[in-house]
Design a protein around this ligand. Structure first.
Ligand SMILES: Cc1cc2nc3c(=O)[nH]c(=O)nc-3n(C[C@H](O)[C@H](O)[C@H](O)COP(=O)(O)O)c2cc1C
Length: 352
């Protein structure tokens, strides 16, 4: 069963009731990542930071409208603040899905204009839409009319053949005129032919200065920077020029990074003081997931990086990888894996 299906099968209390939306802070966000930012990862992330804005994996309008809507949208209230990312380009369908996002209790609805995969290009989803700013503007207008939730756009600084500053400006101005106030900008272009999605996250050079320039030129817009950010010290540097930072791969591979976010970026106490405590806090949740038939490996794959860089971290990772997939694997696998790493009363503060 997929992670989304598993999330959907959680007991009825996990279905969020509609509620009045409060605009979430986007000072620090974890990026939408297919197969990675599942509800199990998001539960882990929420143990580490209360203030980080989390994003779902992208869900296409087609999947929501023609598939099992509840299965795709169910989540746990503990994941808030949480944004739903949509993939699509049909304004009426996007409007319908934005309304669903509000009904299900999400804090924001985000439109993906950054994904370069061929599969989505064929359906006019993702980065190819950067060549169609009027279409994106129409979609944003329809979503804004359909919901009181903030409607945000995640995009690239361009695509091959459409990579000038003026073309980026045209895109942002048209989409802003349609009512989008928040732009999450992956600071590299996407190359739509010849590069895989993975290569498109590494090969085109990062141009942070372009994102800073957007903020300088449009101070009334909220500009969130994304791409290649690895440390909180880098976050502080970007925050001098932008309103927020979004981290993807680093937040996944090294989730402990999130443990300093509340203290360093929000002036609030860290919710947890050591890595062992994170997993201990998650034990009741993991147990209830196992009881309803979820297989341990589905959950544990998201915390393989928790002891990244610690003495014993590799042994922890290896033990989980070798044992969590076995039939009947349970909490004892995590308990034994935890003995591979010395427990610190308090983790050292991450260097700024
Ligand atoms: C496994 C994986 C899946 C991704 N899926 C999505 C997605 O569903 N929607 C999206 O907008 N971006 C997606 N991305 C891109 C990230 O959101 C982010 O823009 C990109 O990884 C650059 O940020 P980073 O350098 O901090 O990882 C994905 C990235 C990865 C690694």
């Amino acid at each position: 069963m997929s992670d989304q299906a598993l999330a959907a099968n959680r007991n009825a209390s996990s279905i969020a009731a509609p509620r009045k939306s409060v605009e979430p802070s986007r000072r620090f966000c974890v990026a939408p990542m297919m197969d990675w930012t599942t509800s199990h990862y998001r539960y882990l992330a929420r143990q580490l930071s209360r203030n980080t804005l989390l994003y779902t994996e992208m869900v296409t309008t087609g999947a929501l409208i023609h598939g099992d809507t509840a299965r795709f949208l169910r989540h746990d209230e503990s994941e808030y603040p949480l944004a739903l990312q949509l993939g699509g380009s049909n304004p009426a369908e996007l409007a319908h899905c934005a309304r669903l996002a509000e009904q299900y209790g999400f804090d924001e609805v985000n439109l993906n204009i950054g994904c370069p995969s061929d599969r989505v290009q064929n359906n006019m989803i993702g980065a190819c839409l950067m060549a169609h700013p009027d279409r994106v503007a129409e979609a944003v207008r329809a979503m804004r009319d359909a919901t009181t939730l903030p409607v945000t756009v995640k995009h690239r600084i361009g695509i091959n053949g459409r990579e000038s500053w003026d073309q980026l400006r045209e895109f942002v101005e048209k989409v802003a005129a349609a009512g989008c106030r928040t732009f999450i900008v992956h600071a590299r272009i996407a190359i739509l032919e010849g590069l895989s999605p993975k290569e498109n996250r590494d090969v085109p050079p990062l141009k942070y200065a372009w994102v800073y320039r957007l903020k300088a030129q449009y101070p009334e817009l909220e500009i969130i920077i994304n791409g290649g950010i690895k440390t909180l010290s880098e976050c502080h540097e970007h925050l001098a020029y932008t309103d927020g930072v979004m981290l993807g791969r680093e937040a996944y591979h090294n989730p402990w990074l999130l443990a300093e976010v509340d203290a360093q970026l929000f002036g609030q106490p860290a919710p947890v003081t050591n890595r062992h405590a994170v997993l201990r806090q998650m034990m009741p949740f993991i147990e209830s997931e196992l009881e309803r038939g979820v297989y341990l490996g589905h959950i544990s794959r998201h915390f393989l990086g928790l002891f990244h860089g610690c003495p014993g971290g590799r042994q922890f990772r290896r033990y989980i990888s070798e044992h969590a997939h076995k039939p009947g694997a349970g909490l004892e696998v995590i308990e034994t894996a935890l003995t591979k790493v010395p427990e610190l009363a308090r983790e050292p503060i991450l260097a700024l």
